[in-house]
Design a protein around this ligand. Structure first.
Ligand SMILES: Nc1ncnc2c1ncn2[C@@H]1O[C@H](COP(=O)(O)OP(=O)(O)OP(=O)(O)O)[C@@H](O)[C@H]1O
Ligand SMILES: O=C(O)[C@H](O)[C@@H](O)[C@H](O)[C@H](O)CO
Length: 163
């Protein structure tokens, strides 16, 4: 299983939780793109300011380099805009995207309930503003975050292995 996988979506949609479980089932490496942000990006978000394209391009290029490494792997990365996903596909053309999609209300509740994360809940609106859902011509799958993590992982595996 060498197809690189990106689990995408707004902050709090479950990318890290689902991505880690999916990587385990596929027996591949898991990378959280949050850990690849330069310190300035994290400081900006912590201070309550959304990232813009200029902040994200170098970070996305770093994510793309990881995706292009042999052996595939699962990466949790917001990849909110089509142009960002195009950039990742330019680095790793066979990348398959799992979009975790859900209501602002449910994701906002989950984001508010978790502890120990740098992302302020006040930035969720800007994440939805930037979000461009996975388009029909983009290889991947969109699933509802209201499903259990296990159901999401099973459905993703089925689609990924038959795609
Ligand atoms: N399908 C699910 N059902 C119930 N709870 C979930 C589900 N997916 C994630 N969660 C919970 O929602 C919260 C947010 O999940 P997680 O931190 O994985 O999101 P994220 O997209 O990686 O966020 P960020 O991008 O901000 O790091 C966590 O507390 C997690 O346990
Ligand atoms: O593109 C972005 O704005 C960022 O990647 C954010 O989405 C956060 O890093 C992440 O979601 C942490 O909560």
């Amino acid at each position: 299983m060498t197809t690189p996988v990106v689990v995408m979506g707004v902050s709090g949609s479950g990318k890290s939780t689902v991505g880690r479980a999916l990587a385990q089932r596929l027996a591949v490496d898991f990378i959280d793109a949050d850990d690849l942000h330069p310190p300035a990006n994290v400081a900006k978000m912590k201070a309550g300011h959304p990232l813009d394209d200029t902040d994200r391009w170098p970070w996305l290029d770093d994510v793309g380099r990881r995706l292009a490494e042999p052996g595939g792997g699962v990466v949790a990365c917001s990849a909110l805009k089509r142009a960002y996903r195009d950039r990742l596909r330019a680095a790793a053309p066979t990348t398959w995207f799992l979009h975790l999609s859900g209501s602002r209300e449910l994701i906002g509740r989950r984001q508010a309930d978790r502890t120990g994360h740098f992302m302020p809940t006040g930035l969720l609106a800007s994440q939805f503003d930037d979000l461009e859902p996975l388009a029909a011509d983009e290889p991947g799958l969109t699933l509802d975050v209201a499903l259990d993590v296990g159901e999401i992982v099973s459905a993703a595996l089925e689609a990924l292995l038959t795609d």
